[in-house]
Design a protein around this ligand. Sequence first.
Ligand code: ACO
Length: 344
Amino acid sequence: MSRYAAVTGWGHYSPSRVLTNHDLEQMVETSDEWIRARTGIAERRLATEGETTTSMAVVAAQRALERARMDAIDLDLVICASTTPDYLLPAASCIVQERLGAGNAGAFDLNTACTGFLYALVTASQFIRAGTYDRVLVVAAETLSRFTNWKDRNTCVLFGDGAGAVVLEATDRDCGLLSAVLGSQGDVGHLLAIEAGGSANPTSEETLSNGHHYITMRGNEVFRFAVRSMEHAASEALAKAGLTSHDIRMVIPHQANIRIIRATQEALGLPPEKVFINVDRYGNTSAASVPIALSECLSSEAIRPGDNLLFVAFGGGLTWASAVLRWADVDAIIGQREEGPYAI
Ligand code: ACO
């Protein structure tokens, strides 16, 4: 019997603190008009004091588990995608696993920046389809505000904090990933980096005074890479799935910049209403961006079993990722699980 990996739970968490473009006008030389026109962002959410990547991840994960009607103790694996974990060691996933009470789960982190959720989604699906595990939590969370130089207008207007999660589980019903495209181009990794704090350049007084613990970015070059890679990755994922853009119910892109999203939409020949957008309210939350958008999309759009969703993202590394996911009959799968043990 075939095994598929269905998304049966989802949820997100956005911190309560709002930073508007007008707030930023008081901090750096910028304007609401410039930020809206160049990025599409109006405001972003920032972690409050005491909130961290894992504290936000735990809330998003609890919401996803609740939607899946699943107990954390029944999870086999926790994958956490983040560029901004609480610590270099221990891994964010281990902290999340413990706080959720997922005592039977293995845990590991994955860092491909903004594409992290999609890399993790593909990884989780493979574990399930291979028969290794039945239930996997994928959570993506970021606290970019703690790695942002609030005096650098080139970057500080772009980012926000938050978390999104999905629960995947094994099913014999035809659904889940139809295709996946994962890419990397390490030779241009320096265009988007945090230079210090790792083994190559450990934290020192010099790295701190030079601000090398903050995100730096060559925005214009990243922008060109983003447009190119989003278009190619999305087209390739469609081709691999044997679909055209007309077969897609909704595109859920990485929310970095409205101009990048619109360029992708136009390249795919889709009307604007088929592309989910929330960059105006959250800015770029890196790995958390796609699962937050998915979670909001599922609340506002009627997504039905059999609908095809197209995910696409680019990010640090530099990396790109895209996937087509056939939406599952979520309630039927949960009902089947609650009726008895797995038969697959
Ligand atoms: N306010 C006002 N002016 C600004 C600001 C600002 N906040 N930031 C830059 N400018 C100025 C620049 O200094 C430049 O001025 P100059 O011409 O006098 O030198 C001018 O605006 C134009 O700058 P560009 O960089 O050419 O502007 P562009 O249209 O490319 O927009 C932006 C800049 C928004 C950063 C765009 O390049 C972009 O979105 N790039 C992709 C960024 C991204 O998504 N990165 C992903 C990171 S996610 C991760 O992995 C953590």
